[in-house]
Design a protein. Structure first.
Length: 338
């Protein structure tokens, strides 16, 4: 059996041209407390773009195989591992408790095989495909924790989702509809808006052509300080930057602004008057936990939800898949099958 494998390797930070598909990367061997999985599917997240570019304050041990999210079959079991067997279908929680994120601080899923600690494994139920499972952790897991774990959305709420076409965004649209909300999805093109409507969004706004905050006020009325009339109940904002204050403006009295990231800037202009005048709640949500992923896979198995997958690519086209994520040319997830 070959001791090498194909892998998408990052040797130095910079542009996507620094990603190299190699055929002679050492195949991992099981160590005590760990297993080796045959990666059947691995999905990209915008975090992978940041990893390639390099992030201030985070020293990535290069070279590294990128890719946080992955699912596959166990091929080798290390000493001291119990409760698993060769052939088990597993989803991997990308957080290694000792070293950090897969695909960043240690080799990730864009390879034929990957070494994983046993406590990162989550059993996949029947009826869940590898591509579906690999779509979940960073995107759908984050959305699930923000909406369901924190109990932030109730039936009938008007929920405006910024960045609705990405992984977290599509997760918020799907879960928001499952919870009975009226979902307003914001995206950047007519094609994306059409797809968001097809997946259940009640309204779809092109934020490049329309001021989403003014649209919401014109549609639902100006928020009132003495009553609960006007505005939307919830704004989901993981973009930050210039969208922050407009998000505050269109929230009704007692409304919530949900935050799980800041892809457009973490230090936005603030206007505290809206927060106290309209008794607004700013609710942060960080990452995801195993229960989020287990619940999501159960939802898939029961046909309650289906992750939105824009493209499934071979490992040879993985770098192009990350470009699609970087340039925001997709709806939902890009999955690679090594």
């Amino acid at each position: 059996m070959s001791e090498t494998m194909r892998a998408l390797l990052l040797r130095q930070h910079g542009g996507l041209e620094n990603l190299e598909l190699v055929t002679d990367h050492p195949k991992p061997k099981a160590k005590p407390g760990s297993v080796v999985i045959r990666v059947r599917a691995s999905s990209f997240n915008y975090h992978d773009v940041f990893t390639v570019k390099g992030m201030p304050g985070i020293k990535v041990p290069l070279p590294v195989v990128i890719g946080l999210d992955m699912a596959g079959e166990i091929t080798e079991i290390g000493e001291g591992v119990s409760g698993w067997k060769v052939g088990s279908r597993v989803l991997v929680n990308p957080l290694n408790k000792k070293k950090g994120l897969m695909g960043e601080m240690l080799d990730g899923g864009m390879a034929e095989y990957c070494l994983v600690e046993a406590d990162q494994l989550i059993a996949m139920p029947d009826g869940v495909a590898f591509e579906e499972a690999a779509s979940l952790p960073v995107a759908y897991g984050t959305a699930h924790r923000m909406l369901i774990t924190h109990n932030t959305i109730k039936k009938g709420d008007r929920v405006l989702v910024l960045g609705a076409s990405g992984g977290v965004g599509t997760g918020c649209v799907i879960l928001g509809k499952l919870l009975g909300a009226e979902v307003i999805a914001c995206a950047s093109s007519a094609e994306k808006l059409e797809k968001l409507k097809a997946m259940g969004a009640d309204e779809a706004i092109n934020y490049k052509e329309v001021d989403f905050s003014k649209w919401a006020i014109e549609k639902y009325g100006k928020p009132q300080r003495r009553t609960y009339e006007g505005g939307v109940d919830v704004v989901i904002n993981f973009t930050g930057g210039d969208t922050w204050v407009p998000s505050l403006r269109c929230l009704k009295r007692g409304g919530s602004l949900l935050v799980c990231g800041a892809t457009a800037g973490h230090d936005p202009k603030e206007d505290l008057r809206y927060i106290w005048s309209f008794e607004l709640k700013v609710i942060g949500s960080n990452s995801f936990y195993e229960d989020n992923l287990t619940d999501l896979m159960k939802m898939i198995a029961e046909k309650k939800i289906a992750p939105v997958i824009d493209a499934v690519l071979p490992l040879e086209k993985a770098a192009e898949g990350l470009r699609l994520i970087r340039d925001r040319e997709v709806i939902g997830k890009v999955v690679v099958t090594p």
